[in-house]
Design a protein around this ligand. Structure first.
Ligand SMILES: Cc1cc2nc3c(=O)[nH]c(=O)nc-3n(C[C@H](O)[C@H](O)[C@H](O)COP(=O)(O)OP(=O)(O)OC[C@H]3O[C@@H](n4cnc5c(N)ncnc54)[C@H](O)[C@@H]3O)c2cc1C
Length: 496
């Protein structure tokens, strides 16, 4: 157990932008834990749960702290239970095609180990280098290849969970009243996941990627819907809206998104500057100082949309499905841009978001919001959020995690204020406006980042009376409210 100041600082925050906004106001650890424990076995996890229950001390399960919704922020103090010493990867069961993995295993270690044995889990979140299996399961994570392999909830066959009472519960999908779904997505509020049994697949024999240009977002959305409803199984579907397309345009001349003017490179420079990629403080403040104008400019200049699609798996299947998919997308209005955009994306697939610090250093924020939509709600939600935020923040989006019934929209937005307190107020308003627009238009407030603190006060509007069931489960499993208090579920007073 560690109680020193460095540990308390190190575990005070996850990657929720609010932590950063508090730091900018001189508070590096607004909510610090009282202690940090790093159990090395299931027995130690149970002993910690029992000791905490005896003393009425909150317990916050902690994977790698890569969460972006404040899920591990210890708002009521207590003990951070860092599970990264639980790192056993079992043998693959070749008959069941499953593997049982400890919660503290870092994603990339699991995928590399499986690859050495000829398998893949198929779960590749952008944070794979800095997130754990337990964190994935607890936050209902999605990987970049979710269109083929599903989200983590589609991969979990069962879990072992240490309950706050100090007992173990083990679930398995073969049980008649399987309780796995209760714990998947519980974000540490019902217990500590100590291991998970996951589905695996044979390692892919081949992989192909293709970029397509679409004249309009509507055409491109129609194209990916038809693709996902055609029965083919692309692993990757990433559609950038016109503004995001400018940022992702390929250096390969064959795939440049808009080829006939200087404007895209001008806009590229402006957006680069607004998003802090090597730009100076004054440039960022200037670019983000008038978001309405910047959005208008971006919308005027940006035109086409880039779609990247990938297939992987057995060669015979990929050779059959990929060309048929390319034809389908061309019939839907796509212009084939070759392999370049996909290969380029693949090279940088994990090099995300670490450039944010320049923006924060310049007195701005950047955040993302991933929401779930059925196909019929996708464009209404997209336009509603953009309209709600355009006066207040630079906004762009891509659509990834496409399925037969719908797709997620991943918004990125950034804004600047001179005063850090005003910046936090502005941030709160932007989030509130965006989530209100999502709910009003029939989207879902979260697709794969979880709820944490960031979205918990919108849970009542999303679930209505269903929230009572969640409170009932919480009361039954954690009657003293010690597991990760204050997360996921809004305070009851607010909902009554
Ligand atoms: C740059 C970047 C890129 C990202 N890309 C993706 C992406 O592509 N896809 C995606 O889904 N997410 C992504 N995320 C978000 C984040 O990585 C995921 O939410 C991830 O699942 C969190 O894992 P973690 O181990 O870091 O969990 P933590 O942040 O430590 O915890 C997250 C939540 O899970 C709970 N928890 C953690 N471990 C356990 C456990 N063993 N038992 C019970 N509860 C537990 C915590 O209490 C907390 O509520 C990204 C984040 C960053 C910073």
């Amino acid at each position: 157990m560690r109680r020193g100041t460095p540990e308390r600082y190190a575990y005070a925050a996850d990657l929720w932008p609010k932590n950063q906004l508090w730091k900018m106001q001189g508070e590096p650890a607004r909510y610090a834990p009282d202690a940090v424990v790093q159990p090395g076995s299931e027995a130690e996890v149970l002993a910690i749960c029992a000791a905490a229950a005896e003393r009425s001390v909150p317990v916050i399960p902690y994977g790698a702290g890569s969460g972006v919704c404040g899920g591990t922020v210890p708002i009521r103090g207590g003990v951070i239970m860092d599970v990264r010493r639980l790192r056993n990867i079992g043998q693959v069961d070749p008959l069941d095609m499953t593997v049982t993995v400890d919660a503290g295993v870092i994603g990339m270690h699991l995928e590399e180990t499986l690859a050495e044995r000829g398998y893949t889990l198929g779960h590749f979140p952008s944070s794979i280098l800095c997130s754990t299996v337990g964190g994935w399961v607890a936050a209902r994570s999605a990987g970049q290849f979710s269109s083929k392999y599903g989200k983590i909830e589609d991969m979990v066959v069962g879990v072992r969970v240490a309950l706050p009472s100090g007992r173990i519960v083990e679930t398995h999908e073969s049980q008649p009243d399987d309780l796995t779904a209760l714990y998947v997505g519980s974000e540490g509020t019902l217990g500590t996941i100590v291991s998970a049994t996951l589905r695996v697949h044979p390692a892919p024999e081949t992989q192909v990627f293709r970029g397509f240009r679409f004249r309009t977002l509507d055409d491109a959305v129609r194209g990916i819907r038809l693709l996902m409803q055609s029965g083919k199984e692309p692993c990757l579907v990433r559609l950038y809206d016109p503004v995001d397309t400018v940022l992702h345009r390929s250096k390969d001349p064959a795939t440049v998104v808009k080829d006939d003017s200087e404007s895209p490179s001008f806009l590229h420079g402006l957006l680069d500057s607004a998003l802090g990629r090597g730009a100076k403080k004054a440039g960022i403040a200037l670019a983000l100082g008038n978001p309405s104008l910047l959005n208008r400019l971006a919308n005027t200049v940006a035109a086409e949309c880039l779609l990247i699609v990938g297939f992987e798996g057995a060669t015979a299947v990929v050779d059959r499905d990929a060309p048929a998919a390319w034809r389908l997308l061309e019939d839907a209005g796509g212009v084939d841009g070759g392999e370049g955009p996909g290969r380029q994306w693949l090279e940088k697939r994990y090099a995300v978001s670490f450039k944010q610090s320049a923006l924060y250093a310049a007195g701005a924020f950047v955040d993302t919001l991933e929401v779930g939509c059925t196909w019929s709600r996708l464009l209404p939600v997209y336009h509603a959020v953009r309209n709600a935020l355009a006066p207040h923040a630079l906004i762009m989006a891509h659509m990834s995690h496409a399925y037969r019934e719908g797709c997620s929209i991943y918004f990125t937005f950034a804004a600047h204020r001179r005063d850090p307190k005003a910046l936090e107020r502005h941030y709160d308003r932007v989030i509130e406006d965006a989530l209100t627009a999502v709910i009003r238009e029939g989207g879902s407030i979260a697709h794969h980042h979880g709820i944490g603190l960031a979205k918990r006060d919108h849970m009542a509007r999303e679930h209505g009376a269903g929230l009572r069931l969640l409170y009932a489960a919480k009361d039954a499993i954690d009657p003293f409210g010690l597991m990760n208090p204050g997360k996921v579920l809004p305070d009851r007073a607010v909902t009554q």
